[in-house]
Design a protein around this ligand. Structure first.
Ligand code: ATP
Length: 408
């Protein structure tokens, strides 16, 4: 059977993955076999999410009726149902549900009715609490089909420590990253000297290590010194796989979806209040604005070096009419030309313009010239892929250390 759970936490505490990890242990104690534990990230632009829009799936061999009761009991016991935005959902299905529902949930929006129709059709056991929205994520989790997969080990806290400051040795995190990167990533942000893998929210997670496979995340995990941990779970995930991206063209982008979009810059990047950098690119007739927000830090230095005429592939979510950049491919650089009035050959003084298209004149000797001086400046930027730093990375965004994207 496949068990899906979603929407059990609130900003005040809990975490659906923790509930999933507890359920896995409870089922194992009940002599069931847990074959896989999946952490499934869904559309990151869903506004009613608590944090990272995650749902969980357990692939279990055992008695479905008992597993369903145990899952529902655990949600009743632990989910923070007092929070308006916490609307848990539990699904237990013995029949596979079409992966199309997962594809839609990770790239687009689904309704509760769509989920319920699929669950009913599959003869699944399911329960939704309050407005039942968690059934969407729970159904997507059991329908999930990963074209690419990564691992994350989540180390949870001992319950008595929930809500207190976390004690994780900073040096051991940097050492773990150094020893295992690029097979693990986003433990720390070395360039910005920031720890990334330890949350600041009051949830049960102590830290999480992301990587290519269970072996690598365990290697890193074993190097980390911390307060005495509680339970630990290695998850199979779609994190770091770009599963949220759709091919897009400017002029045909839908709000709150994520895309890779080719284009040519029509305006030079400008830095706005708050340090956010914006430029406009065009694909055919349609312009689209791209944004590198302040938290993307050094990524903005790359963006600021772009000039009109540069060809790029912009990658990110389309929100309020802008692509919020997660990464960018510089496909071809335009020549950086400066056009200035020529120098008078007789006086060695720069001529002045007579107005647009009217040539140039030397103020001193009255010499005339028709053509301006065109200088080609060297570009320091190189074509290729650039990404936001680990501190600003979205869960689903594939880090470049996993290889360059192939959107062909
Ligand atoms: P948690 O740690 O509990 O997983 P979260 O940040 O993942 O927190 P949730 O509390 O799960 O957020 O809230 C997300 C809600 O959005 C869930 O009810 C889920 O069913 C729903 N949801 C997820 N993806 C979609 C989608 N594509 N369309 C519509 N609703 C969605």
């Amino acid at each position: 059977m496949l068990i899906g759970i979603d929407d059990t936490d609130s900003p005040q505490g809990m975490c659906t993955t923790y509930l999933g990890a507890l359920l896995a242990r409870s089922l194992i104690r009940d002599h069931m076999q847990v074959r896989e534990a999946r952490l499934v990230r869904l559309n990151p632009n869903v506004t009613w999410k608590t944090r990272g829009n995650a749902a969980v799936m357990l692939d279990v061999q055992g008695d479905p009726a008992r597993a369903y009761t145990r899952a529902c009991d655990l949600v009743d016991e632990l989910a923070d149902k007092s929070c308006e935005n916490t609307n848990p959902g539990v699904v237990v299905t013995e029949r596979k549900i079409s992966p199309d529902f997962y594809y839609k949930a990770v790239t687009d929006f689904c309704t509760i009715d769509e989920a319920v129709a699929l669950l009913t059709g599959a003869g699944a056991r399911f329960k939704g609490w309050k407005n039942r929205r968690g059934l969407i994520g729970a159904t997507a989790a059991v329908a999930s089909d990963f074209a690419d997969r990564t691992s994350e080990i989540l180390v949870y806290r001992q319950p008595g420590r929930f809500g207190t400051p976390r004690l994780v040795n900073r040096d051991s995190l940097f050492a773990a990253e150094k020893a295992t990167f690029p097979h693990t990533w986003d433990t720390v942000d070395t360039a910005n000297d920031v720890v990334v893998c330890v949350p600041h929210t009051p949830d049960p997670v102590l830290f999480g290590i992301r990587g290519e496979n269970p072996r690598w995340v365990m290697t890193a995990r074993q190097m980390i010194r911390s307060e005495p941990p509680g339970i630990e779970q290695i998850w199979v995930t779609n994190q770091g796989t770009d599963a949220h991206l759709l091919p897009g063209t400017a002029g045909h982008l839908e709000e709150l979806r994520s895309y890779y979009v080719p284009g040519t810059l029509t305006s030079a990047p400008v830095t706005r209040t708050g340090g956010h950098v914006a430029f406009v690119m065009k694909d055919g007739a349609f312009p689209v604005r791209c944004m590198a927000y302040e938290p993307t830090k050094t990524f903005r230095h790359v963006i600021r070096q772009l000039i009109p005429g540069d060809q790029v592939i912009a990658v990110g979510s389309f929100k309020k009419g802008s692509i919020n950049l997660e990464k960018i491919c510089i496909v071809a650089l335009a020549p950086d030309r400066i056009v200035r009035p020529p120098v008078c050959p007789a006086c060695n003084k720069r001529m002045t313009s007579n107005g647009k298209g009217k040539g140039y004149k030397c103020k001193k000797c009255d010499a005339r010239a028709t053509e301006p001086l065109v200088e080609i400046l060297p570009r320091t930027l190189r074509p290729g892929w650039y990404e936001v730093p680990p501190t600003a990375r979205r869960h689903l965004a594939r880090p470049l250390c996993r290889g360059e994207p192939d959107f062909s």
